[in-house]
Structure formats: C-alpha cells, structure tokens
Design a protein around this ligand. Structure first.
Ligand code: UDX
Length: 468
C-alpha cells in the first residue's frame, strides 16, 4: 500500500466525494470519507444545500456546498425517484458541480496542495460523473445497497427477456432461477409505477455510472455475500471496473462510531436509559428508516400489533412516517395506556447504539441496507417488512439466504404482527435465527481486523485511487 495517501511522487492525494442527499446514502459516503482520510488521503465532500451534512461533526473533512444543485422543485417532488432525476437534471443545467470540481483542481495547482485523484459519486449521480468526465477526472461509484441488489439491478434486461417482468398476479411466487433466492414478488417492477418510464430510468442510472467508472465500491463484506461478490468480480474486473467490498462502513473508520456524526436528525438518547432498565434480549426495536412511509391504517395495525404482542418495544415514529401527516404523529387513542411501562416511542433513535444494547433482542426493520448491515453487525435477528426498491430483495435474503429473520408479507394486520413477533422473540425458530446471527457477528468482525477482507479492500482501493 502506498504510504500516507501519497502518489508515486510522494505528493498527497485528495479525493472528492458526492453523496446523494438522503440519509441512507449520506451516511455510508461520509463513513467512506472517514476511512479514506484515516488512510492518509485528503478528503473533500461536495454536498447540496438540501439535507446538507454538518461540517462541525466531521473535523477532518473539507466540505464544499454546491448550493442550488437540488432546486425547490426537486426537493418538493413527492417521490424519491422523481427527486433523484430532478437533481441530476438540475446539476447538468447549472454546471455548478463542474465549477466546484474545476475549482478543486485549480487549488491543487498551489504549492504543497494535494492533487485531486478522483471523484467518488453515489451510483445514481450521472450528472456529477459527466461533470467529472468533462474535466478528465476519473470517477469511482459507491453502491449503498447489497451486492445481491447490485446484481439484480443489472439483470433487468434478462428479467424482461425471460418473461419474469412485467409481473402478473399469477407469477408473483415464481422463483427466479438465475438469481436465487429471489422470487418475482421481490422485484422492483417499474411497470407498476404510475410513471413506468422513470422507474426504468432509475434502474439504468447505477448501471450507467458503473460502466463509465474506474471502480465500484460496495457497502458489503465477504462474510455476508461471498457468492454475489464473486459473480460481480467475474463480471466487472475484465471490464476495467474493479469492485471493492469495504463494509460494514459504519465500523470501518472508527470502531466507536455511534452514528450521531452522520445522522441528519437529532437522535433522542433518552431511549438508552430506558433500555438500560430492560432485561437482556427482551426488547423489540422497531424502525422503518428515513424515507419509507406507511398509510394511516397500517400505522394503526403496527401500533396494536406491538401492544398485543406483550413484548417490550422501542418504536421510532419519525415525522412524516405516516402518509398525509407532516408534523408530529399522534398515537392511536388508548395506545399509551395499553403499553404503559412496556413501550417507548421516539422520533429518531441512536440506532447503532440501540442495536448494540444488550436489552435489544430483535429488530423490526423495513430492510433498508444500512439498517440490515447494522443489525447483522450486532448479531440482532430481524422481523423484515420491506416496503420498496432494494428492500424487497434484502428482506428475502434475510429470511431465506442468511436465515436471520422472519419476513412479514401481505397486508399488515395486528394478529399477523403479533404472531410474527412471537416467532422472532419467543419461539424455537427465532432462537435458531439468534444463534445464526451470533455466528455471523463473529465472522463480520474478522472482515474488519487489520488483515480482514474489508480492510484489505480499503488498502487496495487507496492504491487504486493513487494509480488513476
Ligand atoms: C434508503 C433506502 O430505503 C434503503 O433501502 C437503501 O438501501 C438506502 O437508502 P433508508 O430507508 O433511510 O435508506 O434506510 P437505511 O438504509 O436502513 O438507513 C437508515 C439509516 O438511518 C441507518 O443508518 C440508521 O442507523 C439511521 N437511523 C434510523 C437512525 O440513526 N435513527 C433512527 O431512528 C432510524
């Protein structure tokens, strides 16, 4: 490995990074930034004004705002896909990413200044990649989902060609033999969106940026997805796009990271003291991440399912979780009294610390990739309720491949919720999942040791960056 982030001439190198401005994408990018800095590289994070990270929480990193790259129209778009497409369009039109990169390159001309080696982009930011290409700056692509989803999103031509898509009522349970253990119902199906075209466009973005990149960085690790990573390596390496599996990113830079640094919302730490007073393994932690929304009816079923389960629970009810309610979410009448002394509700939790807490025995999650990896890292089995996009395939892997969780499918109904919670927290099936989760937890830690696969991948990544 080249020493202290220096190139062949000994001059220090700088890496610029540009995350997609959403929690599930900003966190892994900032964690990667921290890991690269720890290897001696200078690091600059480009960011939009929308969901801007707080530089004070990252003293070692430089930040450059690309002010209006996400215009009001994009920030106000009702769905995430429309936001991403609008952001790319605005970036291309304004030319501000190009200007920000050009200015970093000009600064690098100064004596003793690090040279700008590359731009690391979120896999959806095609416009940032085009801006870099126009300046002759290579890009690397960070994929914030699983290796399985990386493969899945590159397989849509095959899925259409073989007739799995568009899905129909009769083929939903059909196994996809080319991509086990996935079934048709686990696929994000663009034809089911009101605007099919934008669904297909979003799928193409990651493939396009990867093809045009000098390398793919994956937020996963060998112990979890050895088969998928092997297939990706076989496919990409001959195309000059080496893959680097550097996860779990939240533990790569600092072993003591609690996630407070990368969280866009203030974390309510009162729940930690509440957990301290609970018996080991007794609490179900419930959170659906930063963007997923549920209907009012589903919200009510979740509440009464938790109440009826008889289990202690910590539930994150973030503002905006329920469709149609923008402010603080009211809990159903009588719910507080029904769960008195047994349930705690917060608007946003210190999730990584919660999952590491001995009182937590299960995680009801929407199967967002960061949440899944954080749960795997702490050896906590899951109740998976995937809601959209990559979450559907992740939920299937949790249940069928890693066998670390119960998959909650179909209409959300309190009786089914109670049964699923009991299965996870009380029955033999859940106990077996807990044992497997403990076993995987040990393996994950070996990936992070100095000679482990993820640390080696970061070393290789740094060498690769310096060779660009
Ligand atoms: C999104 C997508 O939904 C997900 O499928 C994709 O893989 C990444 O982008 P999000 O829905 O927010 O992300 O879920 P997830 O990937 O799980 O990320 C949520 C992050 O917020 C986690 O890092 C988690 O630790 C953090 N979090 C969540 C908190 O800090 N506090 C909370 O109360 C809840």
């Amino acid at each position: 490995m080249a020493g202290a982030g220096g190139g062949a001439d000994g001059r220090r190198a700088r890496v610029a990074l540009f995350p997609l401005p959403f929690q599930g994408h900003i966190s892994p990018m900032l964690q990667l930034a921290g890991a690269l800095r720890a290897r001696g590289l200078a690091v600059t994070v480009l960011h939009t004004a929308f969901n801007a990270p707080d530089p004070a929480r990252h003293p070692g990193l430089a930040f450059v705002a690309v002010p209006d790259a996400i215009p009001e129209a994009a920030a106000a778009a009702t769905n995430g896909i429309a936001k991403i497409l609008a952001l790319n369009a605005a970036m291309e039109a304004s030319g501000r990413v190009r200007a920000a990169l050009a200015s970093l390159m000009a600064a690098a001309e100064g004596e003793g200044e690090p040279w700008l080696a590359c731009l690391v982009i979120d896999s959806t930011l095609t416009a940032a990649q085009k801006a870099a290409a126009g300046l002759g700056l290579p890009t690397l692509v960070l994929h914030t989902g699983s290796a399985a989803c990386f493969r899945l999103f590159r397989s849509y031509d095959m899925l259409h060609h073989k007739g799995y898509l568009p899905s129909t009522e009769s083929n939903l349970h059909m196994p996809i033999k080319e991509l086990p253990p996935l079934q048709v119902r686990d696929l994000f199906d663009p034809s089911k969106l009101p605007n099919k075209e934008i669904g297909q466009k979003i799928l193409n973005l990651a493939t396009e940026t990867t093809t045009n990149s000098s390398g793919a960085i994956l937020s996963t690790f060998e112990a979890l997805e050895p088969h998928e990573l092997g297939m990706i390596r076989d496919e990409l390496a001959p195309k000059g796009v080496p893959p680097f599996a550097v996860g779990p990113l939240h533990k790569l830079a600092t072993a003591a990271s609690r996630g407070a640094e990368t969280s866009l919302l203030d974390q309510d730490r009162s729940c930690v003291a509440w957990l301290d007073a609970r018996a080991p393994g007794s609490v179900l932690y419930v959170s659906f991440g930063s963007v997923a929304r549920v209907t009012q009816d589903e919200f009510v079923e979740v509440a009464w399912g938790l109440a009826g389960s008889g289990r202690p629970f910590l539930w994150v009810v973030r503002r905006g979780l329920v469709l149609g309610v923008e402010g603080k979410q009211e809990l159903p009448d009588g719910f507080g009294a029904a769960v008195e002394g047994r349930g705690k509700v917060v608007e946003w939790a210190p999730q990584q610390e919660v999952l590491a807490h001995p009182a937590v025995g299960g995680f009801w999650t929407h199967s967002g990739w960061n949440s899944t990896v954080e749960s795997v890292y702490e050896g906590v089995p899951m109740l998976s309720r995937p809601l959209f996009g990559d979450q559907l395939a992740t939920g299937r892997y949790v249940a069928d491949t890693w066998r670390l969780g119960v998959l909650l499918e179909g209409v959300l109904e309190r009786g089914e919720i109670e049964k699923a919670i009991r299965k996870l927290m009380e029955e033999d099936e859940g106990a077996a999942m807990r044992e497997r989760a403990k076993g995987l937890k040990e393996k994950v830690r070996t990936c992070l040791e100095s000679s482990g696969s993820s640390q080696q991948a970061v070393d290789k990544l740094v060498d690769h960056i310096l060779s660009l």
